[in-house]
Design a protein around this ligand. Structure first.
Ligand SMILES: Nc1ncnc2c1ncn2[C@@H]1O[C@H](COP(=O)(O)OP(=O)(O)OP(=O)(O)O)[C@@H](O)[C@H]1O
Length: 247
């Protein structure tokens, strides 16, 4: 059995009196590619933001190699170097070149030398096909290219897990494919990934597990064959029916 990297146990999150997540339970093992799907507002992004400690859970545990990171006293930047995140809106530093964007975190958080950070950044920019643009500023490249830089930046930290929060939702349709291709290649290489997505083809064809969320709870989870081929819950069937004929 492969190693557990993250165990989410009875996770809850409320904003004031608004309960957004309730009793969320799942495990991320090494090599898993888990897609989190569900209607808008079902809590997917909040769940991912809790896992990355951008939101503080109201209850429950996030165990990283068995240690609860949801409480106080955790070095969040250090944790995030192991559990990296790619955002819908890229979150690149606009005043820095593509190369510098991929170096600063390594130097600040991992204390790597400038040369080591540069070599590592170049390696991953090459991997995502962005090596020709190392001196460009984010405003000079397309949305798809920005997202590929953001993926290279996350990879340069040598994370154990990468979280993707709707990585293609802000892109023009013609740029979605180039980002999904990079993600698919990473999945095939064995990268452990947790992906919030509205791309049902990605969830069905690339994931090892699919988590379907409905109104803040996990309504159904299983392999893509189970969730897409033989959904058990009425809510899952209704959600998936909306996508049929669109693909
Ligand atoms: N900072 C916040 N303060 C108050 N409410 C919030 C906050 N963040 C999220 N919410 C609420 O939590 C609920 C879940 O939002 P969330 O963004 O996690 O859903 P989602 O499934 O990711 O939706 P989408 O697919 O549209 O991104 C929504 O009702 C949202 O309004």
């Amino acid at each position: 059995m492969s190693e557990n990297i993250l165990e989410i146990r009875h996770l809850g999150k409320s904003f004031g009196t608004h309960e957004v997540l309730r009793d969320i339970d799942f495990t991320v093992k090494r090599g898993d590619v888990i897609s989190i799907i569900g209607a808008s507002g079902s809590g997917k992004s909040t769940l991912l933001r809790c896992v990355n400690l951008l939101e503080t859970p109201s209850s429950g545990q996030i165990l990283y190699h068995g240690t609860d990171v949801a409480g106080r006293g955790v070095n969040a930047p250090e944790y995030r170097s192991h559990v990296g995140m790619v955002f819908q809106s890229f979150n690149l530093f606009n005043n820095m070149s593509v190369l510098k964007n991929c170096m600063v975190g390594q130097m600040k958080v991992l204390k790597r030398s400038k040369e080591e950070a540069r070599q590592q950044a170049l390696k991953y920019l090459e991997k995502v096909g962005m090596a020709p643009y190392i001196n460009a500023k984010p405003r000079q490249i397309s949305g798809g290219q920005k997202q590929r830089v953001a993926i290279a930046r996350a990879l340069a930290m040598d994370p154990e897990v990468l979280l993707f929060d709707e990585p293609t939702s802000a892109l023009d349709p013609e740029m979605v494919g180039e980002v999904l291709n990079v993600m698919q290649a990473l999945a095939q290489e064995g990268m452990t990934m947790l992906v919030v997505t509205h791309e049902m083809a990605f969830a069905r064809d690339v994931s090892s597990q699919v988590v379907f969320m409905h109104q803040g709870v996990i309504c159904e989870q299983g392999t893509p064959a189970q969730v897409f081929g033989d959904p058990q819950q009425r809510e899952t069937k209704e959600f998936l029916a909306r996508f049929r004929g669109v693909e």
